[in-house]
Ligand binder design. Structure first.
Ligand code: IPD
Length: 288
């Protein structure tokens, strides 16, 4: 399998998707509610996924395809080469015109991501990685840098020195919601971890990339899906980062586990930070 070739195809699809997203007018785009009012899909999400499916299946007809908008309950990731696609990660940002939105494209083999692309067309940031070959960021000015961007990343001395990405998802009641809010409060509180601060960018795919770049230290979310994270996961690992599960003890998370914790790379102290964050969960776990 020629991963360079596949990576080049995914970059092409990402850039075409970016043009579609930039041309779309979210104020007139049909926006439909899925599970509740904070879980949305637009005509552009569907159009981008259709385009990506068509381009990828034309070129790689023997591969499988798993996309957010065409996913059917019961569809599982298999060992077969599979394109995992989120046409717009950060749909709510897109609807509001907040320019932190990306297309996320990954290829998995044996349920592991081997190529990952995350592209934000508004900033023209293209994050990419191939398994075993490192991760890069190509920016609007055409320069490409290896991730993480800091040449001598400071070691992670503990959670209290961290800028932490936490996403809220669309599940706003029940035990998972209670856990998310109580841990967030503990992380921010002077009586808890008192992290530097918490950020919610609205795109789990970009959060992974921001941690890979070293712009943030930790990403923690229970509730997102494989298409939100498959590409970002590889980008973070290839940048030397650590990917664990959001739940205590999950040192070997799975792509389909819906629970993710990422810590920035090339820095000592990653496992300490993971254990400290888990400690603030008081033995509770996300359940799906
Ligand atoms: C969502 C975003 C959001 C995260 C959700 C995801 P979507 O993806 O990544 O930040 O909190 O869990 O589902 O719906 O915009 O593709």
């Amino acid at each position: 399998m020629d991963l360079d070739d596949i990576c080049a195809t995914l970059v092409k699809v990402a850039r075409e998707a970016g043009e579609m997203i930039l041309l779309a007018d979210p104020s007139v785009d049909t926006s439909l509610t899925k599970k509740n009012t904070s879980d949305r899909v637009t005509a552009t999400d569907r159009a981008v996924e259709n385009m990506a499916r068509q381009r990828l299946m034309d070129q790689y007809p023997d591969f499988e395809f798993l996309g957010e908008e065409t996913f059917k309950v019961g569809q599982e990731l298999t060992d077969a080469p599979t394109f995992v696609v989120d046409p717009i990660d950060g749909t709510l940002n897109f609807i509001h015109g907040f320019p932190n939105t990306a297309i996320s494209l990954a290829l998995t083999v044996a349920k592991q991501p081997v190529v990952g692309i995350v592209y934000n067309p508004f900033r023209k940031d293209l994050f990419s990685a191939i398994y075993g070959r490192g991760a890069t960021l190509e920016r609007a000015n055409g320069t490409t840098a290896t991730l993480p961007l800091r040449r001598n990343p400071a070691p992670l001395s503990g959670l209290n020195d961290c800028l932490v990405a936490i996403e809220w998802g669309s599940e706003r009641k029940g035990p998972n919601w209670e856990l998310r809010t109580s841990v967030s409060k503990k992380l921010l509180s002077a009586d808890g971890a008192m992290v530097h601060s918490v950020r919610s960018s609205g795109s789990a795919a970009l959060d992974f990339c921001y941690v890979a770049a070293g712009w943030m230290d930790v990403f923690w979310e229970g509730g997102c899906w494989i298409w939100d994270v498959a590409a970002g996961w590889l980008i973070l690992e290839e940048a030397g980062g650590l990917v664990a599960g959001a739940n205590p003890g999950e040192w070997t998370p799975t792509l389909e586990g819906r629970s993710y914790l990422g810590v920035r790379g090339a820095a000592a102290g990653q496992r300490v930070v993971v254990e400290q964050l888990w400690g603030h969960m008081n033995g509770q776990k996300f359940r799906f």
